[in-house]
Design a protein around this ligand. Structure first.
Ligand SMILES: Cc1ncc(COP(=O)(O)O)c(C=O)c1O
Length: 374
């Protein structure tokens, strides 16, 4: 039996989406492909909470890591990195690899990014960019875009570069209202698609900054890729199947019907909500269900505060993590161990994408039986 994927991405992909990906190839310079690429934009604007001219949205045929590098190449030389786990650290690692001057503000594992320290640092010094991760997948700790925006609203000329990889599609971003300059994500998390396509929104200020940067390269050139996206003609062969899948998924999400199958709430209770709101509400519910499940067993998500809308990292009270994960596999559920130093003491559950509330209840019931058996 193939286990269900409940790791923090990639996650399960619905059959309808897999079928959309199986469509025959089309020419990447055809009018049909152009229509697919340009057809994404209204949905991407709804997803990121932006509209032209304050921000422009685009996709690029690379994973989120490529977009992290794209943002750093385009935003200047001095970078302030808020590091509270492995993925937020990646921004600092990439910036250093690019020869930038990096200042890190480190928080212990399980803590949120230290926004206050960043605020103080930005008051005293000039930076070209500040990086922050909304949902640190290695620890399941999240901050909201509004928290980030409130703390870092005054930042001199620093571009606010935001990793929303396990946040986008699970909770609202409102990039324009929150003044975020560059927000990036991939497809394999809360959007429940295969990996391989990056999505971003860039502010007018970010685009202006990038236009003046001299080391943008070619493949990760924010200006080249954004312009080409707007024209529907990427400068390389795009991941055509993934574009088709993304368009189908965004259409389905906006229509809101799929949510009726994935939630346990009555259709009339959701009638006033659009498709995005329904999806965010289900993700919040799944996060809360997971938190309540842990609390009932005297456990708590790492960090003690409400976990990310898509990933919970749970210390499991001295139990043997590999053995527990193996027994869960036997029950048909693939979970992940903690990341790095947390590998032997925690498990991670990816309650994201197109996993339904009923399916999560099934997983938690199996996990409860296994935890009880110890
Ligand atoms: C928060 C976060 N940022 C960045 C990445 C990197 O994404 P990718 O592996 O798709 O490049 C991941 C991947 O899990 C992530 O969870």
């Amino acid at each position: 039996m193939r286990p269900e994927l409940w790791i923090p991405g990639p996650t399960e992909v619905r059959g309808d989406i897999l079928s959309a990906m199986a469509a025959p190839m089309i020419g990447h310079r055809s009018a049909e492909m152009r229509a697919v690429i340009q057809g994404l934009d209204p949905y991407l604007e709804a997803l990121f909470g932006t509209s032209a001219p304050s921000h422009r949205v685009a996709v690029h045929s690379c994973t989120a890591t490529g977009l992290m590098e794209m943002a750093l190449r385009g935003s200047g030389e001095r970078v302030l990195c808020l590091v509270n786990g492995a993925f937020s650290r990646r921004f600092a690692t990439i910036a250093e690899a690019l020869g930038k001057e990096v200042v890190r503000i480190e928080s212990p594992a399980g803590a949120p990014p230290d926004l206050l320290a960043a605020q103080q640092q930005l008051c005293g010094e000039t930076f070209d960019a500040v990086t922050v991760c909304l949902s640190e997948t290695s620890t399941g700790v999240a901050v909201t875009p509004a928290e980030v925006s409130d703390a870092l609203g005054e930042r001199g000329g620093a571009m606010l570069v935001v990793d929303a990889v396990t946040y986008l599609g699970a909770a609202p971003i409102d990039a324009a209202a929150n003044g975020l300059d560059f927000v990036l994500a991939g497809t394999q998390k809360a959007l429940a698609l295969p990996p391989g396509l990056g999505l971003y929104a860039a502010s007018a200020a970010m685009l202006e900054r990038a236009a003046a940067a001299h080391d943008r390269g070619f493949f990760l050139d924010l200006i080249r890729i954004t312009e080409a996206h707007a024209d529907g003609r990427p400068p390389m062969t795009p991941t055509i199947s993934l574009h088709l899948a993304l368009l189908r998924q965004l259409q389905d999400i906006e229509a809101g019907e799929v949510e009726l199958e994935l939630t346990d709430e009555a259709a009339e209770d959701l009638a006033q909500l659009d498709g995005w709101q329904r999806r965010y509400r289900r993700h919040a519910r799944m996060r809360d269900m997971t938190g309540e499940f842990l609390a009932a067993r005297g456990l708590a998500p790492l960090g003690g505060r409400p976990a990310s809308p898509s990933v919970t990292c749970a210390p499991i009270g001295g139990r043997d993590v590999p053995a527990l994960l193996e027994r869960m596999l036997g029950r048909g559920f693939q979970l992940a161990p903690g990341y790095g130093d947390l590998r032997d003491t925690t498990i991670r559950i990816g309650h994201m994408g197109d996993h339904g509330v009923g399916a999560l209840a099934g997983l938690l019931s199996a996990l409860g039986a296994e935890l009880g058996a110890d």
